[in-house]
Design a binder for this molecule. Sequence first.
Ligand code: GLC
Length: 476
Amino acid sequence: MAIPDPTPGARAALRADLTARVTDLLSSNRVVAAGGRYTRPARRTYPHQWLWDSCFHAIVYHQLGDRALAHDELRALFRAQVSSGPDRGRLPHMTFFGGGPGEADQDPEGARAYAREVSLWGDPRASTITQPPIVAEAVLRVGDAALWRELWRPLAAYYDWWLRRRDPRGEHLYVSFHMWEIGADATPRGDAACQRLLATGRSPRQPDDASHNPTARKRADMLTARYLMHDDLRGIDGDELAERIDEAEAQRRRLRLLGHVGVDMQAYLVRNLSDLATIGEAIGEAAAAARYRAEAAAIAAAVNRDLWDEEAGFYFDRWDEPSQVIRVRTPAPFVALYAGDLVPPGRAARLLDALADPDRFWTRWPIPTVARDEPSYDPDDYWRGSTWLNVNWFTLRGLIELHRRAEVPRALELARELARRTCELVDLAGFREYYRAGGRAAADDATTAPAGFGPDGFGWSGIVLDVFRMLDEELA
Ligand code: GLC
């Protein structure tokens, strides 16, 4: 059906149809594990629990009106939180399926991936890196005072870990040490770091195997680089644990490996530290709340001081030690719009120029994860130009937020059109991991035909229900 101007009845029918499909999708991806239940991103390709996926799943359950499932999805994230040592508080980016009693019986095929992950990570329960820290906003959104009290300590411990461990230069700019931490695994923002690893000519200790993430293989060299990065990170952590090198040297080596300062990552932290503060204020944790608010403000100031490029009218990431600018245009600065007043209105106007530009981001099915005029742009490729629903969802919230704080009608117009096309895309192409971004909006050729890629039945694409809600509420 055509979303642009459906009759109210047709629109309600589409929303009801998508709601039923999302309910089925999440229930077929759900597992019961020791100590909880959670939803896998996709049964075959992603058989474990992933950190930020579960945050999206919880929000979708909340949208479906299922409080218990929403709460359990978030509780389960804390099963493998690091409880001692320098990394106490960290939440893993993956908590493995298949290691607990009874799990393997639910899905023998999924359980086969368990041994592989244990050997890759050297840990029986979970990976040893993290992912975008959006758990506080999910807890705030789906929770109530009882859940906030229950999760306060582990939640605060997670953000305390970020504050303690991931601002190695003390400049209120937080770093990722592996591409898998960024959430956008194959983004060309990591290409320089990956090329440096590939230039060594080494092979990964545990090479990729055919069963693992077929969607990531289009650029096999970049996948190899991510495994090399993983080997090196484990090597540094191993050295550190064995006390062969001191912590300062270990941090220097991690920064040299990637040391990625993402604009979107800073935005997630600004938004989530503010939301954590809101939770703290609601349950009588005023002193901690004030500390988190102050840090959110300090990050916002650092982003505007160090990552904005006035000539380009864009925020750019950094990496490496000493740090270098990554001049690749991706939607990361659009995501930043959702982080309260992080982006000043004058700068937001420049970002909207880029978003609305058909030669950059306004494709037939926006938002491409890389601008069309970048050499790395491929409208069908994994995080290298294709469209991802979570990026659209953050951006939509940012556009609505921008209008709320600074009265920017253009932001609402773009949001309305983006929301309509997002719903239409999912209706036509299904619940896929990522989608064809398409060529110029007006062109009528094969590159604009709607298409989805990666596993079918991908959980977080259910977030389209919240996009529909925005269309009917904030954007009505
Ligand atoms: C891919 C994505 C990552 C996601 C994971 C599970 O690795 O890049 O963001 O969390 O799949 O869906």
